[in-house]
Design a binder for this molecule. Structure first.
Ligand SMILES: [Zn+2]
Length: 276
């Protein structure tokens, strides 16, 4: 294949211990203190397989599940089907594991998913945020015609809106606001015309969580065993992820992609990097 002849091309955050991302933020105690490769919403084509691989062959289109747990029987979370909480998970793009925003990437067979021809590589990459939304819907116990509020204004919120709409939530508060202020919280009933049954909070902002607490509070951490559902919904046309992609760049123009994503004037939703 031609692409095998191309030079490797990777993207990483470059930092040093004296000027690292502690200055700008971090996720809990996960702090970038050196170079760390980016990217965990990815799809691609299989170029080569190892000798023990049985489910894939060169040329297959695949989506990557980027959290690969230890899968050991001695791990309580893996053994009990909660592999999203595996303490030894290798989550690509989370230190110390480099991400998938690169020309070539090696991935375990168990954490690849076949995608059919009618799902593009763009759609394959967007399966990742869709899995988060589907896991949230499962956790919430959403049922047909449940009145719903979704808190947030990012791409996870938009994909959650698509998924909850497909799941039959009605009515849904569609005002997308990054923070639920008290005035808005007070008007939720007025906006819905009835009491809300469920709130799906997608930001982690404290005021949103306060506004969303009714009786039962459930947290969600990543996702498990949900890629097949996401692939089925997109392949069947029940959820259309294409409108979420607002900008596209070639891999070599990746820096422009990050500049676009961080520029509010660009009105970016999902900025994708493609290596055709
Ligand atoms: Zn484990």
């Amino acid at each position: 294949m031609d692409i095998l002849e191309r030079k490797p091309y990777n993207y990483a955050i470059h930092t040093s211990p004296s000027n690292d991302l502690r200055l700008h933020g971090h996720i809990r105690d996960i702090v970038v203190t050196g170079d760390n490769g980016l990217g965990h919403e990815s799809a691609g084509v299989v170029l080569k397989v190892g000798k023990d691989v049985t489910r894939f062959k060169p040329g297959d289109k695949v989506a990557l599940e980027c959290g690969t747990p230890c899968s050991k029987a001695t791990c309580y979370f893996c053994r009990t089907g909660q592999y999203n909480a595996c303490p030894d998970v290798a989550f690509f793009s989370t230190p110390p594991h480099h991400g998938t925003l690169r020309r070539y990437h090696t991935h375990q067979e168990a954490w690849l998913h076949h995608i059919p021809d009618n799902i593009s590589f763009e759609g394959g990459a967007l399966l990742k945020p869709l899995t988060v939304a589907l896991e949230g819907i499962d956790r919430s116990g959403l049922r047909l015609a449940d009145p719903l509020v979704i808190c947030g204004a990012g791409s996870i919120v938009l994909v959650t809106l698509l998924a909850t709409n497909a799941a039959g939530a009605e009515p849904i508060v569609k005002e997308l606001v990054p923070r639920v202020h008290q005035a808005f919280a007070g008007s939720i009933v007025e906006t819905l015309g009835q009491e809300v049954k469920l709130v799906i909070e997608c930001t982690g902002v404290e005021s949103n969580i306060h506004a969303g607490i009714y009786i039962d509070l459930r947290f969600q951490y990543r996702y498990h065993d949900i890629y097949p559902k996401a692939i089925s919904l997109v392949a069947a046309g029940i959820i259309d992820l294409k409108p979420l992609v607002s900008h596209r760049f070639a891999l070599e123009d990746g820096v422009k992609a990050f500049e676009t994503a961080s520029n509010p004037a660009a009105k970016a939703i999902k900025v994708q990097i493609l290596d055709d």
